[in-house]
Write a protein that binds this ligand. Structure first.
Ligand code: SAM
Ligand code: DTB
Ligand code: SF4
Length: 330
């Protein structure tokens, strides 16, 4: 059995960012695979227990019908993907799902909404969700699109621990993927979240047809945020029929592992999350991702609209790798 009563460890605050040039990040990517993994594992062990993985459960609290046109996303109203649009979920249903996630061993509950940004009229409902989920003893995370300063502060006051808002790819490739907002819009929201005192969860997607230099560009952007994010999700594109990226060429799995390793080395104290795409991965590949420094996963049968490995399969995988579920970070 996996033990969920692991020891208490507070997540450290990242130190001031050191500047990474894209060329320096590319040089890490270019290392021989074994050297890169060795280095990533060394950095990982300086800051974390290498046998611990943090478990977050996702819930889509408002699905589909999104006004944005992100080329990877099944929830955009611009594409016909068969995802049914829903209204914002009642707080009682969210709390029920959070309670179930906690019972399964998750320590963080992430609530996602398919919005460009929340409306003023939704804020009371959202802050109530945060308060009630937190009252269960779970860490809270939300991803709701762009926020203004007032919204960020209201979420912080309600007790929101993390806000997820991804940069997704390199600056120069962003316009090929998203047309309805800019990279600067993303950076502005991230700055407001940071200013409100909420921990930042920010990462990206691999496998959208970007070059290695553009993958390095994304990692450099993330690592140069000052401070760099406390949590860095690395998603492998889940190709969804109907989206413009449905036919994207998958990246070499070892290139994905390299991306995890490079994120670990450039953001040593961040929790690096092996995010979307695990359903399509062999267990051996996931083990390599953990070796490369990934120390968090989404845990539960569903991501937002697509499949994630079943919780029982993940528990079995962790047990085979002698990985413990990390206790709440604080
Ligand atoms: N609407 C909000 C936003 O865009 O920030 C929050 C939800 S959005 C679905 C959160 C993240 O999910 C995106 O930034 C992207 O990184 C990831 N994502 C969406 N569709 C994906 C896919 N098909 N494969 C991998 N990651 C995906
Ligand atoms: C993140 O970086 N990945 C998660 C979470 N943050 C919100 C979302 C993945 C979504 C995958 C596609 C879907 O299930 O709709
Ligand atoms: Fe909307 Fe977010 Fe999907 Fe973009 S990624 S279409 S903003 S839900």
């Amino acid at each position: 059995m996996i033990s969920f009563d692991a020891h208490t460890r507070r997540e450290p605050s990242p130190p001031p960012a050191s500047r990474w040039t894209v060329a320096e990040v590319e040089a890490l990517y270019d290392l021989p695979f074994m050297d890169l993994l060795y280095r990533a594992q060394q950095v990982h062990r300086e800051h974390f227990d290498a046998n611990e993985v943090q478990l977050s459960t996702l819930l889509s609290v408002k699905t589909g019908g999104c006004a944005e046109d992100c080329g990877y996303c099944p929830q955009s109203a611009h594409f016909d993907t068969g995802v049914k649009a829903t209204k914002l979920m009642p707080v009682t249903e969210v709390v029920e799902a959070a309670r179930a996630a906690k019972a399964q061993g998750a320590t963080r509950f992430c609530m996602g909404a398919a919005w460009r940004s929340p409306k003023g009229r939704d804020m009371a409902h959202l802050t109530e969700m945060v308060r009630e989920v937190r009252a269960l003893g779970l860490e809270t995370c939300m991803t709701l699109g762009m926020l203004d300063g007032e919204q960020a502060r209201a979420l912080k006051d309600a007790g929101l621990d993390y806000y997820n808002h991804n940069l997704d790819t390199a600056t120069e490739f962003y316009g090929d993927i998203v047309g309805t907002r800019s990279y600067q819009d993303r950076l502005d929201t991230l700055a407001r979240v940071r200013a409100a005192g909420i921990h930042v969860c920010c990462g990206g997607i691999v496998g959208m047809g970007e070059t290695r230099a553009q993958r390095a560009g994304l990692i450099a952007q993330l690592a140069n945020l000052d401070p760099y994010p406390e949590s860095v999700p690395i998603n492998n594109l889940v190709p969804v029929e109907g989206t413009p990226l449905a036919g994207a060429e998958p990246v070499d799995p070892f290139e994905f592992v390299r991306t995890i390793a490079v994120a670990r080395i450039t953001m040593p104290q961040a929790v690096v999350r092996l995010s979307a795409g695990r359903e399509q991965m062999e267990d051996g590949l996931q083990a390599l991702c953990f070796l490369a420094g990934a120390n968090s996963i989404f845990y539960g049968d569903k991501l937002l609209t697509t499949a994630n490995p079943e919780a029982a399969r993940d528990r079995a995988l962790l047990e085979r790798l002698s990985l413990r579920a990390a206790d709440q970070a604080g």
